[in-house]
Design a protein around this ligand. Structure first.
Ligand code: ZN
Length: 148
């Protein structure tokens, strides 16, 4: 009988932590609490895992930083109140349209519009980062013009 066994390090996304402009890739990204461990897999299914450690990582570039056990608990608590990645994408899309409309709404105005538009709560920090990320992207796009 043929059995496929693999060994190495594996990771699992454990909780969604919201949106930030990533310090590593510079893009507006979703961040996750990630568990990393050494593992042995049989037919690609992990059967033994050890040496676990935890980190917060960007889902776009996969870069992140390690955190301690007590910080992990804090992240898990925060994640309970976090909307899903899909819901956050809807907010990003909505804000993108708001910011392209020509007017320059301030943070309070945008927060109020998001509050009225969506039936879930978006934390202020994620909201600030979305606006920052979208404005940065718009600035970069505006520097592009027909060159030749
Ligand atoms: Zn990144």
């Amino acid at each position: 009988m043929f059995i496929m066994i693999g060994a190495g390090s594996g990771h699992r996304k454990k909780a969604y932590l919201g949106v930030r402009v990533c310090p590593h890739c510079g893009k507006l990204s979703h961040f996750y609490l990630v568990e990393q461990a050494q593992q042995v897999s049989v037919f690609f299914v992990p059967v033994v895992r050890w040496g676990k450690h935890w980190g917060i990582a960007c889902s776009r570039c996969k870069a992140g930083f390690e955190i301690a056990e007590n910080e992990k608990e804090f992240c898990l608590k925060q994640a309970q109140w976090m909307p899903s990645e899909k819901q956050m994408n809807e907010v990003i899309e909505y804000l993108g349209v708001q910011l392209q409309s020509g007017e320059v709404p301030d943070f309070e105005t945008l927060r109020e519009r998001v509050r009225l538009r969506f039936d879930f709560h978006v934390d202020d920090r994620s909201l600030q980062e979305m606006i920052k990320g979208l404005r940065q992207a718009a600035d970069q796009a505006s520097q592009f013009r027909q060159f030749y």
